[in-house]
Write a protein that binds this ligand. Structure first.
Ligand SMILES: Nc1nc2c(ncn2[C@@H]2O[C@H](COP(=O)(O)OP(=O)(O)OP(=O)(O)O)[C@@H](O)[C@H]2O)c(=O)[nH]1
Ligand SMILES: [Mg+2]
Length: 489
């Protein structure tokens, strides 16, 4: 064998020639120790890599709460704060939704007006009020009868085309434009019957892998279908332009009907507070009813489209502590009959933001007129807290609609009339929020399967600035929990 046949590495690590048995034992012992240390380092690196992978897993966040509690509005705030590019790309899609909301506001007034004008045209003694209970209040004997004039008839006539606009837009967006009808067959316990879960899931779940809304998806599909077909595309554009033109043409009449004192009195007697209702835009008619209207960020947050089933949204956060991290947010439909569809999404979820609209202490559920809305929120919170599969999930409570609560209390509405246990406490926002918060805290303590922290925020999620600050705190606390869990695994 010549010198070039010898591998220099083998030569370097070969035992020294003439090694004594004692030297050999010492060398082998040192080598074993080096191997142990090396294996330990490998093991450590493997663990760190796996930990990193777990940390990079999507953060899963579920938004829960009754219908109209503000779940979708919160989701929009997430997008506005952390995925601005997507937000800007989507913003104009909301134009038609704002138009629909506005037109519905007006048609709501026209419905009451038609009914009451017809009733008022009857001679006084025969007039017994129209069919539903609210109309008795409208022309109640204790108040002077409302006097409708020619002006009201003309307004009704001139605003007539808005009916067709509502129908057109509702057809375009489908079921999400329809608010639930009252029914009494739903139960309060939302997710304890597996077979019901499967049944309802089949019926309701729309698990879009991405994209804003299934309603928007429909429109996109329509446009994509028309793509390349100049005639079909022109038809869609013409119809959008026509809707904007009709609405712009009704601008002065919409303003006039909303500002009319008789109409205001009529709405007040019918106990319809349109200004507190979802998707109220009548105070912005001048800005919105123009042919080149473009929605602002606030308009998009306030626009109302009901959520059907469960919708998944994926965001890669553009900034914040978790920049580059994928978040999966699940927005659900909140009406009672939709709640069984939530259950399959409880697996492996990092956190839940539970929205409880506390301004609703004197209101009833739209889908079940027997149930007080605050009571429903308490029951639902109890179900979420006691759910075993959520025992390791962080629960974050938003006591939402604080702006509406404040306005309601300032109008003199007394909490104790609807919530007797509130008793003689001061009827102000500080006392009310403290009282409600305490109630939610006690439920959490009493019904959680294992001890957990109580995270609570007082919110008005239509206020995008204060909500951005709340979301930063939420992001931080979910992230801390996410990293801690990845380290423990
Ligand atoms: N004034 C006020 N309005 C709010 C607040 N939060 C939500 N809203 C409005 O209330 C309406 C209902 O809110 P959504 O976010 O659509 O309610 P949701 O919980 O998603 O309802 P579902 O989809 O039916 O389950 C929308 O028009 C919101 O803009 C709030 O804090 N204050
Ligand atoms: Mg929603």
């Amino acid at each position: 064998m010549n010198a070039t046949d010898i591998d220099p590495l083998a030569l370097a690590i070969a035992p020294p020639p003439n090694e004594t048995p004692a030297e050999r034992a010492e060398r082998e012992c040192a080598e074993a120790e080096a191997l142990r240390i090396s294996n330990e380092i490998d093991e450590q690196l493997k663990r760190e890599k796996e930990g990193e992978k777990k940390k990079r897993r999507p953060v899963k966040l579920l938004l829960l709460g009754q219908s109209e509690s503000g779940k979708t509005a919160t989701l929009k705030n997430f997008q506005l704060t952390y995925a601005k590019k997507e937000w800007l790309a989507e913003r104009n899609n909301w134009r038609a939704v704002v138009f629909l909301n506005l037109v519905k506001n007006v048609n709501n007034i026209l419905d009451v007006l038609s009914r009451e004008m017809a009733a008022a045209s009857l001679p006084s003694p025969e007039y017994v009020g129209s069919s539903d209970e609210s109309s008795e209040d409208i022309q109640s004997s204790s108040k002077p009868r409302l006097k409708f004039k020619e002006k009201h008839r003309l307004l009704k006539l001139r605003l007539g085309p808005l009916r067709r606009i509502q129908t057109d837009l509702e057809r375009r967006f489908g079921e999400s434009t329809l608010e639930p009808e009252p029914t009494t067959v739903t139960t309060a316990a939302p997710f304890d019957d597996e077979s019901a879960n499967r049944r309802v899931l089949k019926e309701f779940s729309i698990n879009s892998s991405n994209g804003w809304k299934s309603a928007f998806e429909k429109i996109r599909a329509r446009r994509a279908h028309a793509d390349g077909d100049a005639h079909a595309l022109r038809k869609i554009r013409d119809s959008d332009d026509e809707i904007a033109e009709v609405i712009a043409g009704c601008r002065d009449d919409m303003k006039a009907i909303w500002e009319d004192l008789t109409v205001r009195e009529m709405m007040s007697r019918s106990k319809t507070r349109l200004e507190d209702s979802a998707g109220f835009f009548l105070n912005d008619v001048e800005r919105i009813a123009v042919s080149n209207y473009e929605p602002t960020d606030d308009d998009v947050i306030r626009a109302r489209l009901r959520t059907l089933g469960v919708q998944e949204y994926k965001f890669i956060f553009e900034h914040g502590r978790t920049v580059g991290q994928e978040w999966r947010l699940y927005d659900v439909g909140g009406i009672r009959s939709s709640r069984a569809a939530w259950y399959p999404y409880f697996d492996d979820v990092n956190a839940i933001i539970f929205l409880a609209p506390i301004s609703c202490f004197d209101e009833k559920l739209a889908e079940d007129r027997r149930v007080n809305r605050l009571e429903d929120s308490f029951l639902l919170w109890k179900s979420v807290c006691s759910c075993k599969s959520l025992s390791r999930t962080q629960l974050i409570l938003f006591l939402n609609k604080c702006d509406l609560l404040q306005a309601k209390l300032q109008r003199g509405v007394r909490i104790r009339d609807s919530v007797p246990s509130f008793g003689d406490r001061r009827n102000d926002i500080a006392t009310a929020t403290k009282y409600f918060q305490q109630h939610f805290r006690e439920i959490l303590k009493q019904y959680s399967p294992a001890q957990r922290s109580f995270f609570v925020h007082l919110t008005s999620v239509i206020d995008t600035r204060s909500t951005a600050a709340t979301l930063a705190a939420v992001e931080e606390s979910i992230l801390r929990d996410h990293l801690r869990r990845a380290d423990l695994m």
